[in-house]
Every structure is written in C-alpha cells, then in structure tokens.
Design a binder for this molecule. Structure first.
Ligand code: UDP
Ligand code: LCN
Length: 793
C-alpha cells in the first residue's frame, strides 16, 4: 500500500514535474482516464529528460497504479490499486499541487458529480456498506490465497472451534445426529446420548470391527453397529466404516484441519440438488448459439452429469441405497420455436435421475408470459418465479433439497430467495458478470437502462453475492483479476450508480466464501484429433460440405484454396464476442489472408432470423465487411448452430488441416470454446481479457491476443502459420501442450468432487458456528425490499 506520509515534502523540481503532468491530464479534456491511457501518458512524459529523473518518485507510483482517474479542473481524483484487490483513493489539486488520501465514499461522490456534470453532491444518497457486518468474520490476508476459501476457513475455524474442546465436541456430536434421508436416521441413533457415550461406542465399535473381515458389507455388521448406536452412512463395508470411525476418533483426540476436512467430505449430506438458471432457452437441443444461450447451458448439463456420477459413487461408498436427485430449474417458454423449452420436464441425457424442470414466468395477473425475454429484462418476473418454484421443487423432490446452486445474476438472485425460504446452503456461480463487460456500466447506468437494466442486475448481484454461503468461480481472475486488471467480483467492492445508490463496501474478495473450481470440456465429445478410433468420420463429408460447399441460406463465402490451413472461430454473435473485428483484422492483413482461410460459426446470415438487437447489428456489419474487404473466397461464414457432436468433430477436422482456433472477445469470462478447441489439439489464440489469460500459458499451450490491438493479433497469427509451414513440429508442440494443459487443469471429475466436498464443509461450519451472518441477512432483506423490488417493477 502507498503510505501518504512518505509522499509529503516534494522538492521544487519534482513538484514542477508533478504540476506539468497533472496539467497534461487536464489538457486531455476527458472526464475519465483509464489505466492504459495513463500508462501511455506516463511513458511519453518520462521521455523528457527533465521529468525522466522523477520516474521512480513515489508520487508518480500513485499514477502508475491508478486504474481510473476522474478529472475536473482543478481536481484530479484517482482510484489506485497498488496491489491485487487492494484499493486506495487520492485527490490532487492541480493549481496548488496539493494532494491527500481520501475514502471510497468521497471518491465516488466526485464520480457522481462528474457524471451528472454538477457541483452538488447528494449527501444523503443511499450508501451501501457491508464492511461493519464482516468485521468479526475471518478473512484472508494475502491475495495469493484468494479463491482457496475452504482451506482457509477450515484451518481458521477448526483452530477456534476446538479451543473450547467441550463445546466443539458437543456441536460436532449434535451435527452427526442431524442426518436423515426420507425419514431414515443416518450416522448416529438414540443409543448414544452424550459425547462420552460417543467415545465409548467408538471404542467398542473399533474393537468389534478389528475382528471382522474388511470386505464384509455393512448389511453384515449393521445389527451389531446399530445396537452400539451407529446407523447407516458410515461406509459400504467394514474397511470403510473403520476408516471413518478412526477419523472421528482422531478428531475427538487431536483434530487437524485436514482430518476434519476429509471426515466431513465423507458425510452423507447431499442427496438432492437444485440448480437454477431461469433465463434463456434451457434445453438439450437446438438451443446453443441463440442469444443468451451459450456456455452456461453446456456448463450446467456437463456439471449435472459429473455431479450425479460423483454423488452416486459417494453414496455407494457410504453404504446407502439412495438415488441422488438433481433438478435443473429454468423457465418454461410456451412459444419456444423448435426447442423443447415449452415442456414442463425433460430428462437429462446421460443421467439416470436428473431432469430439467420448467416453471413459467407469470405477470402479476397470474397469466403466463408466453415469449422469450432477454436476460436483461427478466427482473420483474423473478420473485414470483422463486415462490412458484419453491413449491414445485418441494413436491418434485418430496422435501427440501440439500443444496441450491444459482447461475448467472438472475439464477443467483432466485437461489437467494429460495434458500432463504427453505433454509438451505446456497452456492453461486456467476459465469459472466456483465458489470465488467461494459465500460463505466455503473456510472452511466441511466444511459443503458432501457437496453440493459443494469440497476436491477447489479443490485441483484450484490444481494446474491452476500447471501451465498459459498461462491464458485472458473478462474482466479474472475475474483481478483491480475496485477494489471481488476477482478470481476472485485469491481463490486466500491462503485456508484449516480442518483440510485453508492456502494462503499459491496463484496470483499478476501472473504473465504470464494473458491476457484474450474469447469472442463465434455471428454466424450471434445477429445484429441489423433484419437482416430473415437472420431466421427461419418460426419466428414457433411463437414467438408459445411466448409467448402457452395454458399447458401446459411453459408456465405466459398473457400478457393483448400490447401491452406483453417483459422476457426465459433461463438454467439454478440458485440462482446468481437467476431466482426476478427473479420476486419483478417481483411486488413494480407499475410494472414495468404497463410490461412477463416471459418466462422456464428449467429445467422439473415437479420430477420434474429430477435436480438446486438446480434442484428453484428449480422449487418459482417455482410458489410465481406464486401469492404472482398472476402468471399477466403472467409466462410456459417450462420447456423452446430450440435455438440458436430462441433466436436469440426474442431478435430480443422486440426487435421493443421489449423488454429481464435477467440477474439473484448471480454470472455471463462471461454468453454477455448478449452474445447485446446482439448481437440487446436493451437488456440485467445483474448487477454478474462478467463483465457489464465487457461492458456502464452507461447506454450496457445497464445494470448489483445483485441484492442487487432493488427498485432493478426500479425501473430500470420507468423504462427508461416512458422508452422517452415517447421511442422512447432504446430505439434503447441497442440500437445494444449491437450496436456486441459487434461491437467480442466476436468469435470475433479470439479464434482470439490464442489460436493465444499458443500459439506460450508454446511458444517454454517451449522456449528455463526457463519449464518444473520445481521447481514437482515440488512440485505431491507435492501431487497426497498430497492430491488422497486427497480424491477
Ligand atoms: N456452441 C455450440 N454450437 C454453436 C455455438 C456454440 O455447441 O453453434 C457451444 C460451444 O461449443 C461452447 C458454448 O456453446 O460449449 C459456448 O460457450 P462459451 O463459454 O465459449 O461462451 P458463452 O456463449 O457462454 O459466452
Ligand atoms: C458464460 C460466459 O460468458 C463464458 O465465458 C463461460 O465460459 C460460460 O458462461 C460458462 O461458464
């Protein structure tokens, strides 16, 4: 952190440089300057010898770490991020060259005046501050531990918990007596009444088990174990039961966080799950690529399969005969076109007991909303949806679920409302927080209100983030960014929406509720191109036609030179995905045009097929670019949705041509296509803004590109193809490293194990300690009733 005391006492030369630099800032005549602009300005400024001497002066460090400067003569206000997730605010008076450190509230007030072009501050604007509620709550200290919340919590709380051994043991004993499934008692029965009773029963049980055949099933020992006080749930056979009782004995003797974590991971607590994703077309076919319906659907369906498999394995290990149940809750859309989204229920393929349950949105009159509604406009319907869904879920699962997982801003808000009603553990997954996608989205919320309703969305985000028991993110940067860039969650710590409310402490990314658990790609669909036996070669004629066939209703351009490798991309056609820019970079770069053909799978060719404004604009722009750069013989645009087997084989088909994949988004929260392409063995070029920065190790398992410098990105790709032409082994090296990277880091089996283990650990701590955060809850209830409701209606 920057110590303001050390900034004092500038010598006259330095003072002069500082004055001139501040003047430069004013002369830009911009209300805000971003980090990149300031960095460029600093570089230019220090080129002058006189100023260059001051380059390392502390006062200029402040500018170096500035994320945003708000400028209004004679004031310059700075939001400074000297290290990951740590913020300080400064203000400079340009004429007097005076400066001081200020608080977040004052900084944001200045922002408000700037946006409103006013000199008046609204002193009584609602100010949201969650910090006082969290004072007593354990928090991480080091940013390197962000995203490993469960480890921290376990270490911290187990130390505290067992300090008062007697109380700790009693709480643990109470917790073990809680578990039931369908009216059947698990773990402990009434024969054990106290902690000392538990110790003595443990001793007896372990002596008994020692004499038994380790492979003997629970059924063979259940009678004796039950008379000692032990119910089903301890394990499928003698060996497993012994292991678990030993773990419990160790916890009662000398607990360590690791032993506690492994013991909790084995407790039968999770049988019924609800996963919420209200907006969009949630189905299993004909939905991908529609506006709002992308990776989130793929993620959830793969997640469900992995979770069911893991739950079933664990339940079997626990010696129980129970079918896990997973319900994916979404909205029913009566006018659902060629999708199944008008049906109430749909079994999820590849599972035995998981299903999609669709509950309609209703108008206040009770009438069902018949049509699709953009994710930006679903807010008025969510409260009613949450209430209706609570009932539906209850009757569907014949009781309460054990865990609810929200997805995206709308799903997380519904999960908050439902978890409150049902008193169950809540997990959030953001997928993509819109706030980071749009520059100054909170400051200029009013300008975007008609199109995006950010006021509702950011309010929902704040509420849901704070009510969640734990939050899963796909990458570290999603929480806390990098040294240069701000994390998506981090942007919710302090921000303002002028005339609506000001947040001085919204969510603290040092809170141990954050955990990085990365998704994977379905290994049955996205596997390396060289696994010949598994390949869907039957599709090759069709794929060849897709790529090289004549143009038509859903295909534009006809590739002339089939010997060239293919540069491939596939994404929804919205502004952020930036595919039109990619086409422009390609059009403008003769070397790249010479080296490779470009193939896009995106949106549709006809604006009349689109219901989405952003998509319509992108379609028009794409047609224009074909003409402007005469791309008809080098670019193939497929305006169609491919099912996953087709797209899986397409990645590999393109790998056969020794092609590459490109993901040029202005921002990509995670980027499933990146992982899919990499696992297929395609060298991948992907944006530095968002998840791909973490997925790809630049120059080793792919390449980072900066979409704000398209010419450089195109140059990088052209060089890659020309290098591969000269040395074919280069392509193989990058391809093999990509496959290895995904195998090691992005797989669903690990994901399911970790998620289930977290649910138990957070559930345990919530029960035995004051993790409930009742005070925060009440504050958020008020925020919901007074703000959220009025905004969404
Ligand atoms: N996808 C697909 N067919 C299409 C378009 C997209 O199967 O025609 C899939 C793609 O394979 C990926 C997902 O949709 O699994 C898109 O996820 P990603 O995370 O890349 O982006 P999002 O759309 O969620 O922003
Ligand atoms: C939403 C996004 O925008 C993508 O970046 C993610 O990969 C997808 O959700 C799945 O989490």
């Amino acid at each position: 952190m920057i110590d303001v005391e050390e900034l004092d006492g500038l010598d006259p030369e330095l003072r002069k440089s500082l004055y001139l630099f501040l003047r430069e800032m004013i002369r830009k005549e911009k209300p805000f300057l971003l980090r990149s602009e300031l960095q460029d300005m600093l570089a230019d400024f220090f080129e002058d010898e006189e100023h260059g001497r001051h380059e390392s002066a502390l006062v200029f460090e402040v500018f170096r770490y500035t994320q945003v400067a708000t400028i209004r003569n004679p004031w310059v206000y700075l939001a400074v991020r000297p290290e990951i997730a740590k913020w300080q605010y400064f203000r400079f008076h340009v004429e007097d060259v005076l400066f001081d450190e200020i608080g977040a509230s004052d900084y944001l007030k200045f922002d408000e005046m700037q946006v409103n072009n006013s000199t008046q501050v609204d002193e009584f604007l609602l100010e949201i501050d969650l910090e006082p509620f969290n004072r007593e709550f354990p928090k991480l200290n080091e940013y390197t531990y962000i995203g490993k919340g469960v480890d921290f919590l376990n270490r911290h709380l187990s130390g505290q918990f067992f300090q008062d051994k007697k109380r700790g043991h009693e709480k643990l004993f109470e917790f073990l007596r809680l578990h039931q499934i369908e009216g059947k008692q698990l773990m402990l029965n009434g024969h054990i009444e106290t902690v000392s009773g538990l110790r003595s029963a443990l001793r007896k049980a372990l002596t008994f088990l020692k004499k038994q055949d380790p492979s003997q099933k629970w059924s063979g020992i259940s009678r004796h174990m039950q008379t000692l006080g032990f119910q089903p749930g301890w394990g499928k056979d003698v060996e497993r039961v012994r292991e678990n009782l030993e773990l419990l004995r160790e916890i009662l003797e000398a607990p360590t966080p690791n032993i506690l974590a492994s013991f909790l991971s084995r407790i039968p607590m999770i049988f019924k799950l609800v996963i919420v994703s209200p907006h969009g077309y949630f189905g299993q076919s004909n939905v991908l690529g529609r506006p709002d319906t992308g990776g989130q659907i793929v993620y959830i369906l793969d997640q469900v399969r992995a979770l069911e498999k893991e739950m079933r394995r664990q339940i079997k290990e626990q010696g129980l005969e129970i079918e896990p149940e997973i319900v994916v809750l979404t909205r029913q859309i009566p006018e659902a076109g060629d999708t199944t989204c008008n049906q109430r229920q749909e079994d999820i393929v590849g599972t035995s007991n998981a299903r999609i349950l669709r509950v309609p949105f209703r108008y206040p009159s009770g009438e069902i909303v018949p049509h699709w509604i953009s994710r930006f406009h679903v807010w008025p319907f969510l409260e009613r949806f949450a209430l209706d869904s609570t009932q539906e879920v209850h009757s569907e699962l014949k009781g309460r679920p054990d865990l609810i997982i929200g997805n995206y801003s709308d799903g997380n808000l519904v999960a908050s409302l439902m978890s409150k009603k049902m008193n169950i553990t809540q997990c959030n997954i953001a997928h993509a927080l819109e706030k980071s996608k749009y520059l100054f989205s909170s400051q200029y919320w009013k300008d975007n209100e008609a199109q995006y309703r950010f006021s509702s969305q950011f309010t929902a985000d704040l509420i849901a983030m704070n009510t969640a028991d734990f939050i899963i993110t796909s990458t570290y940067q999603e929480i806390a960014g990098t040294e240069e860039s701000v994390g998506q969650y981090e942007t919710y710590n302090a921000f303002t929406m002028p005339d609506l409310y000001r947040v001085v402490s919204g969510i603290d990314v040092f809170d141990p509720k954050f955990n990085v658990v990365s998704p994977g790609a379905d290994e049955n669909v996205y596997f390396p191109y060289y696994e010949k036996d598994r390949r869907l070669t039957e599709l090759h004629d069709e794929l060849s036609d897709y790529i090289y066939g004549p143009p038509g209703d859903w295909a534009k351009g006809e590739l002339q030179d089939r010997t060239k490798p293919i540069l491939f991309t596939m994404a929804r056609l919205d502004r952020i995905k930036n595919l039109t820019s990619l086409v422009r970079w390609y059009g403008e770069n003769p070397e790249l045009r010479q080296e490779a053909n470009l193939v896009l799978v995106a949106g549709s060719l006809d604006v009349r097929d689109s219901q989405d404004e952003e998509e319509k604009a992108c379609i028009q722009e794409m047609h224009r670019l074909f003409e402007e750069f005469d791309l008809h013989e080098q670019v193939r645009w497929l305006g169609t949705r491919l099912d996953k087997n087709m797209s899986g084989e397409l990645y590999r088909f393109i790998a056969d041509s020794r092609g590459a994949f490109v993901q040029p988004a202005l921002f990509e929260a995670f980027g499933l296509t990146v992982v899919e392409a990499m696992n297929s063995g395609l060298p991948t070029f992907a944006t530095i803004f968002g998840g791909p920065l973490e997925i790809i190790e630049d120059g080793k398992s792919g390449f980072h590109i900066d979409p704000t410098h398209g010419d450089e990105a195109a140059g990088l790709m052209a060089n890659f193809f020309s290098r591969c032409r000269a040395d074919a082994s280069y392509w193989d090296t990058i391809s093999n490293n990509s496959i290895k990277r995904v195998e090691e880091k992005y797989n669903w089996r690990l994901y399911a194990q970790r998620l289930l283990s977290f649910s138990r650990i957070y559930g345990f701590w919530k029960y035995v300690s004051n993790l409930e955060r009742d005070e925060t809850r009440r504050y958020l209830d008020m925020f919901y009733s007074l703000k959220m409701r009025s905004l969404s209606h």
